[in-house]
Design a binder for this molecule. Structure first.
Ligand code: ATP
Ligand code: MG
Length: 420
């Protein structure tokens, strides 16, 4: 028995379940690719300052959840807790924004790391697919991203999710609101931690999940009543574009996100079958982030969808993904001569694009046919010593159970016809 275990808060993806994760990533990526988003990949770690910027408001992700460490060379790095800052850093570093075709539209898929209290749907290593549209202030871009996420979830067969939408204002109107909210929070009966949070990041208090806190927030001032005219007009336009696309959403006037850089459009996708870890994805506009990390003004918008929670949501809804069988043909050699001949045929099939697998390890007929069944292959090829002498192979249809002998030299052509 192995003494090793996966670290706390992590889990392994293994067949057959791992196929669901691939399918979810693919379903989210497809509408992005089709809409002009190019694939970007960044390192799993960054200089810690990219995330802990020292300016702006502190967030739990940075103060509590980040895996930060010093390397042997003395560099201060952090495992990436999220994708947006990395993608923006990469785009700025490569001067993508100077190529003259803004917005730069990028998508990514990968692992993220947060030192959280592990529970169902909340892990220390998890996976996201995300999209960022960098360098344009255009409500149609915000709408596009929300519509594409909706399309991705629907293409997977997910139905019981809701889109929550809010505007967080901009650098004109948000500070006025922030001060008003702070005044309000200071008058409440809150514990020390929450009062401290009210001083550093008051908007985050609105997001507190505890009932006794929420009860006191009923009369909290709302950002909607403080939005400047430009933010108001922008938000109206986003709402109209999404509505015109037939995508339903709910206004959530208390929605704030866990990252400090959001401005204006903010949204979250929640699934009602997931208990308290209900957010399957979220995002928003981050017009100030580029300047925060030393770049030019580049108003941008993006989202990240959680792959782990999307899989949990599919399970909660009882959605069975249509996963294609890994292989179409399973070859079963009986004896040494059959092994060589059939292995060569499997290679030939693979070359013409037919997915084929082989009974390795010198199995007997019974065990090999079990393996053929497990593989999900539509056809089995069984070759015994007598078949070799006759120049034939037994082709078995695994669905109907029907078996016919075909010439060894006809294997590829016959299967090409049957599988087309
Ligand atoms: P939450 O409020 O659940 O902590 P968040 O606001 O921290 O979410 P984001 O940073 O916006 O989440 O990440 C986007 C998505 O990534 C989330 O909606 C969720 O589906 C997923 N996600 C975030 N943290 C985790 C985690 N620790 N484990 C699994 N999935 C996660
Ligand atoms: Mg979180």
């Amino acid at each position: 028995m192995s003494t090793f275990q996966a670290p706390k808060g992590t889990y392994d993806l293994l067949p057959p379940d791992s196929a669901k994760y691939l399918a979810v990533r693919e379903a989210i990526a497809t509408p992005l690719r089709d809409s002009g988003y190019g694939y970007v990949e960044t390192p799993g770690f960054e200089n810690v300052e990219l995330f802990a910027r020292g300016v702006g408001e502190s967030t739990d992700i940075v103060t509590k959840e980040m895996y930060a460490f010093e390397t042997k060379g003395g560099d201060r790095l952090a495992l990436r807790p999220e994708g947006t800052a990395s993608v923006l850093r990469a785009a700025l570093e490569a001067n993508l924004h100077k190529a003259g075709n803004l917005p730069v539209k990028l998508w990514y898929s990968g692992s993220y790391y947060r030192y959280e209290r592990p529970q169902k749907g909340r892990y220390r290593h998890f996976s996201q697919v995300g999209a960022e549209a960098i360098g344009a202030e255009d409500p149609a871009l915000d709408a596009e991203l929300i519509i594409l996420a909706d399309q991705a979830y629907r293409s997977l067969g997910l139905r019981n999710f809701r889109i929550l939408l809010n505007s967080l204002g901009d650098k004109e109107c948000r500070p006025v609101y922030r001060a008003a909210l702070q005044d309000f929070l200071r008058g409440l009966d809150l514990d020390e931690d929450t009062l401290a949070r009210a001083e550093i990041n008051p908007l985050r208090v609105l997001d507190d999940k505890r009932a006794d806190v929420q009860k006191q927030l009923t009369d909290a001032p709302l950002l909607r009543d403080y939005l400047c005219d430009a933010c108001k007009a922008y938000h109206v336009e986003v709402r109209e574009l999404i509505t015109a696309a037939g995508v339903a959403f709910e206004d959530d006037l208390k929605l704030v996100r866990g990252l400090d850089y959001y401005t204006r459009t903010t949204f979250e996708f929640v699934h009602d079958g997931l208990g308290s870890q209900s957010a399957v994805g979220g995002g928003g506009r981050y017009d100030g982030l580029s300047e925060m990390i030393g770049g030019p003004a580049l108003p941008s918008v993006g989202w990240a969808l959680g792959v782990d929670r999307t899989v949990l949501a599919l399970e909660a809804e009882g959605v069975e993904l249509e996963l294609p069988a890994a292989t179409s043909v399973f070859a079963v050699p009986l004896g040494e001569g059959a092994r060589r001949l059939l292995f060569a045929k499997v290679t030939e099939l693979r070359k013409v694009g037919i997915a084929a697998d082989f009974a390795f390890g010198g199995k007997g007929l019974k065990a090999a046919m079990k393996a053929a069944n497990r593989s999900g292959a539509r056809y089995a090829l069984v070759l015994g010593e007598r078949d070799i002498a006759d120049g034939v192979v037994q082709l078995k249809d695994m669905e109907s159970g029907e078996q016919v002998a075909i010439g060894v030299n006809e294997i590829v052509a016959e299967l090409e016809v049957r599988l087309s």
